[in-house]
Design a protein around this ligand. Structure first.
Ligand SMILES: NC(=O)c1ccc[n+]([C@@H]2O[C@H](COP(=O)([O-])OP(=O)(O)OC[C@H]3O[C@@H](n4cnc5c(N)ncnc54)[C@H](O)[C@@H]3O)[C@@H](O)[C@H]2O)c1
Length: 382
């Protein structure tokens, strides 16, 4: 195999089957689809599947997760890619605006960026689209009355929840921690902040790797669930003080910040797996007056030496570390194939007028979930 992206495309079996069908039926003929989603091998498979359906594709990435080989591959295959890898929010915003300047008929959004910008500067003819994440749903839900377009939220499909968020993110966070740090998990204390689908999978995977897991969630029901799943649920400060590794995956903001510096164990490693780089306030930690010295970010980990001699380590500057850290693999191909098959079917429904304006920021319709589940099992069992 010449290229890792070819390997990924070959193993996205659902998308490959949908691409063949789209190629014959052209559900997006004459349409432009604008995307603002991580540009990495699995999204390449999705974007090229949509292109098979007759769409003109205009794509940009998310902050700090764009992979140059994905950009090159897309460009070689006729996709208009705007911008490249960037950590600069203003540059990223400019790229998103450039996507919207192409007046897409349909948007594939990840984090609510494109729909929010569209809301601020509308143009005629937008049919609707999809939003991939929890974070995007939280951002777009209060804008329903203004948007008034079919927007199907992939994250709120049960398939996305258990396949990608629980199993995919759970395994990928463990894999990323080991790949980036090369540190042992056995006997280590891991504090997982957030016990939604992602946090549940992260906690389960670290326990399976012989770590001791503490769960912190602001929702008492989630704490009860974590307790019944066999994890410790100590108070927040206790969890922080005992942790060798702290991972945030809440979708919320400022979960860990400089106010936690007095509590950290010497050598603690901090990483964020939530969508936005706001859960660990890496900039404020580094700027704290308690910090005596900083090392560079070269191996994907920055060490902050505190004046009292303790060291704090932050992975990927608080960006979503399974996609923004060094040598990123992201979630397993099959779990992403399932979620992206939902994407392809939802975008098809929007293009064909089968989703209506009252379906604004709503979960994936049940018939699409069932179709994708059956297709996966049929492919698996032949
Ligand atoms: N890394 C990846 O590859 C990947 C993949 C999918 C989703 N995500 C992201 O992961 C995040 C979580 O997704 P999810 O589907 O599990 O969300 P979710 O809404 O199901 O769960 C989030 C949990 O965090 C808890 N929480 C929120 N704020 C908190 C706080 N301040 N302190 C403690 N707990 C808090 C909530 O009570 C909830 O139980 C989102 O940002 C999502 O976009 C990342």
């Amino acid at each position: 195999m010449k290229h890792r992206i070819d390997w990924v495309r070959q193993n996205c079996r659902l998308l490959a089957a949908i691409a063949s069908e789209f190629d014959a039926e052209k559900p997006f003929a004459g349409r432009t689809i604008g995307t603002g989603i991580h540009l990495e091998p699995k999204t390449v498979a999705l974007i090229l599947t949509l292109q098979s359906g007759g769409a003109r594709m205009v794509s940009t990435g998310n902050l700090n997760s764009t992979q140059p080989e994905a950009v090159d591959y897309l460009r070689d295959n006729g996709v208009t890619v705007i911008g490249g890898p960037t950590r600069d929010p203003d540059e990223h915003r400019g790229n998103l605006k450039a996507v919207l300047a192409e007046r897409p008929d349909i948007l594939l959004d990840n984090g609510g960026d494109l729909f929010d910008l569209y809301r601020q500067d509308r143009y005629p003819g937008l049919l609707g689209g999809t939003e991939e994440t929890t974070s995007g749903r939280m951002r777009l839900a209060p804008m329903r009355d203004e948007l008034a377009l079919p927007i199907l939220v992939i994250n709120d499909s049960p398939i996305k929840q258990f396949a990608e968020n629980e199993h995919g993110v759970g395994q990928s966070v463990l894999e990323s921690y080991m790949r980036i740090t090369n540190r042992v998990t056995n006997g280590q204390r891991v504090a997982v902040f957030g016990y939604g689908a992602c946090g549940k999978g992260v906690a389960a995977n670290f326990r399976a790797a012989n770590a001791k897991v503490s769960v912190v969630d602001r929702d008492p029901l989630k704490r009860l669930q974590a307790h019944l799943d066999g994890h410790d649920t100590p108070p927040r400060e206790t969890a922080i003080a005992s942790a060798d590794f702290i991972v945030t995956v809440t979708g919320g903001g400022r979960i860990i910040g400089p106010e936690d510096l007095p509590h950290f164990k010497d050598g603690v490693i901090l990483a964020n797996a939530g969508h936005f780089p706001v859960e660990i306030d890496a900039a404020a930690l580094a700027a704290s007056g308690d910090v005596a010295a900083r090392t560079g970010y070269d191996v994907g980990v920055e060490s902050l030496t505190l004046k009292d001699g303790r060291t704090i380590r932050v992975i990927a500057e608080g960006h979503m570390f399974n996609l923004a850290g060094p040598r990123p693999m992201g979630n397993s191909i099959e779990t992403m194939d399932l979620g992206f098959a939902l994407q392809a079917r939802c975008l098809e429904a929007v293009a064909l007028g089968k989703a209506t304006a009252d379906q604004c920021v709503v979960p994936v319709p049940r018939d699409i979930d069932e179709r994708v589940a059956n297709a996966y099992l049929d492919l698996h069992y032949g």
